[in-house]
Design a protein around this ligand. Sequence first.
Ligand SMILES: Cc1cc2nc3c(=O)[nH]c(=O)nc-3n(C[C@H](O)[C@H](O)[C@H](O)COP(=O)(O)OP(=O)(O)OC[C@H]3O[C@@H](n4cnc5c(N)ncnc54)[C@H](O)[C@@H]3O)c2cc1C
Length: 536
Amino acid sequence: MRHGRKRTIYSPRMADREVLAAAASALADRAVEAARILTNAGAATDDHQVVVDRIAYVATEARVIAELARVPAELADVALVAAAELAANIPHRLAPVAPVLGLGELRYEAAAAHAIATGIAPPAVEAIGAAAIAAEGRLTWPLDPELSEIRANVRSFAEREVAPHAERIHHLDELVPERFITEMANLGYFGLSIPESYGGLSFGNLAMILTTEELSRASLAAAGSLITRPEILAKALIAGGTADQKQTWLPRLASGEVMVAISVTEPNTGSDVASVACRADRAPGGWSITGAKAWCTFAGRADVIALLARTSDEPGARGLTLFIVDKPRFLGHEFEARQPGGGTLVGKADRTPGYRGMHSFSIAFDRWLVPDAQVVGGDAGIGRGFALQMAGFAAGRLQTGGRACGVTQAAVEQTARYVAERKQFGRAIGDYGLTRYHLGRMVSRLVGARAITYAAALAMDADERAAAPVAAMAKLFACDVAVEVTQLGQLLHGGWGYAEEYPISRYVADAQVLPIFEGVKPILALKVVGRSLLAR
Ligand SMILES: Cc1cc2nc3c(=O)[nH]c(=O)nc-3n(C[C@H](O)[C@H](O)[C@H](O)COP(=O)(O)OP(=O)(O)OC[C@H]3O[C@@H](n4cnc5c(N)ncnc54)[C@H](O)[C@@H]3O)c2cc1C
């Protein structure tokens, strides 16, 4: 079956970015519609994985282009560069699957082709790079006065308190200093998106994203990721906790009194979350946990672990329940805890090239007792753990979009400063057109990542459930951007970009983890973004 082209209606008064948004959406919609038919509304996704991956990316990029058409006027030039590059790429993404989708011609109409040519023209991109060098990579993104103030306050905190320690924490693989947690707690950062009625600030998701971004700009692991875990548990509690649990836990999360680790992944179970095997069995006084978990970030310092465990022999997601597991704090790379009744919990951090500061542990529970009151949702929550965990992950993914933007911003700034100082062949390397072009692309990619992440934050404020797919798109896109931009920044540093003494090498190492957690990239594309597009 051939999916014919519908003509996109352009008005002569449409700006180039709007033309691109309309053209890219038309192409993406056509591809999604064809994929929906091919996969029987997603039921046959596994028979057409490459198709679904491609349409997930194309729909994500089309959404980014649509958001770029709405960014503040001050960003219009760079947004056009970003939108044009993305739009130009969409036909290439679709090319391998176009025949099976029966898409026919993938060319844009004249107005869109013209807008693309304008945006991707080297002088347009180089001008963005030159402006970035002049501004030392600092990008203006106008916000309303309240959000501007929040951003300015976090920025000054992060520059003053976090940034001076970021390199040392990374090189020595130290734990996040306790002082960061206390000060962030005092500033209310852990309660930004928790309702006021539960001790939070109710500032909403955009304030949370701006905070995360600024902290991640200083250090992804030593500050920018501290809010993620409480955010995931808070959203799971709001979605399905009992009234008592909300009263007990949300104020403690909002105040930073309770630090959280999230434990879903196991040595043999990662993407296939429904196959979690760690057991929780009824025992006198509650539930007895036995099993191994992997990659539990911050498990040492955390006061509680939000643990997904199997509570029945029923296979798949229906047998899973979410627990809040108390544990003592430990500050090292290994720990062992014992309960009076004989339960044990041991953990050992796995060494990683980046994302240091929180330490990610392999842990093992043996008959570790958890009281009944700490089954999220109480009796009604038994067997609902998968859904609650996923509600938490939707928030986590949005937050990771913010983390990715922060690391990307840091890379842009470092690179802009470096290319202004470094001289080769008698000139600053930032004077060369190719350097400016690369830097211009770095900035434009960042603006795209921010556009979709901020839009996802506002959409989450309006309707969390409906906005989960766009939060996943924000994560998918912004994390790719972080990897690409940090690597490009490293390249522009030449050999020194590979030296540990230059922060760009830390940004590269840190960025690599972003597309891995909270749904590794291929799974996020196939099973979250792709599924949501096809099931409509
Ligand atoms: C530094 C770090 C910190 C982390 N922190 C946490 C944490 O705090 N809590 C937590 O629970 N987890 C955490 N994780 C784990 C992370 O969420 C998992 O690594 C991730 O979900 C992927 O699971 P996996 O590693 O088992 O990969 P796998 O599931 O084995 O996937 C590996 C690859 O296999 C392919 N693949 C798998 N299934 C399919 C399929 N159906 N179709 C096509 N291809 C497929 C994909 O290419 C995928 O990339 C962390 C990981 C890291 C590296």
